[in-house]
Design a protein around this ligand. Structure first.
Ligand SMILES: [Zn+2]
Length: 184
């Protein structure tokens, strides 16, 4: 269906249904359906290029026509298109930054998990040796191993607690108490 803008004489062929609001992309004015007398019976074409030109001249001769806007219609259309492209590029860039931050955070979590596992293995090696040498009892061994295991299982929470301490949100005593609560 063809619509026209009486302010800038832009003509648009849209799939809009009768009664639906169509806005001029050049000047934002509400568009009106092109009268059937200018169109072929199906309404999909103007009767001819000459008739189309005649219709445009008719719009331009009305008081509602704004020659300033109508004169730079193509320029305004290009500007609107360029603005849209800029907006899309900007959105894509923002999405990429968010993705990158997410990936960096995931990598940091994986790195910390690996470090927690490593620390557990070191602690276990030390305790195994102490147990073999009878320096600690089996009960002490089990208690210490259980703490070391819980440090691995709760590494994410412990990581957050350490961040809170690093940011000066909690004191060292609070940090130790919180970690102890998670591991004992
Ligand atoms: Zn317009």
């Amino acid at each position: 269906m063809f619509y026209y803008c009486e302010k800038c004489a832009d003509i648009k062929n849209t799939g809009a249904k009768a009664g639906q609001d169509v806005t001029c992309e050049v000047c934002g004015t509400a568009m009106k359906p092109v009268p059937q007398e200018y169109l072929m019976p199906g309404g999909s074409f103007f009767k001819s290029q000459a008739v189309r030109q005649q219709f445009i001249s008719m719009i331009q001769s009305q008081e509602t026509y704004d020659a300033d806007i109508g004169g730079k219609k193509e320029e305004l259309k290009e500007e609107a298109k360029a603005e849209e492209q800029r907006h899309i590029a900007e959105m894509n860039q923002k999405m990429q930054i968010i993705e990158l931050e997410k990936r960096m955070k995931q990598n940091a979590v994986l790195r910390d998990k690996a470090r927690a596992e490593e620390e557990f293995q070191e602690e276990k090696t030390k305790l195994d040796r102490a147990l073999a040498m009878d320096v600690i009892s089996r009960d002490e061994y089990n208690f210490k191993i259980s703490i070391a295991r819980k440090k691995v299982d709760n590494f994410e929470e412990i990581r957050k607690i350490e961040q809170q301490f690093d940011m000066g949100i909690i004191t060292k005593e609070e940090k130790n108490a919180k970690i102890a609560a998670l591991t004992q």
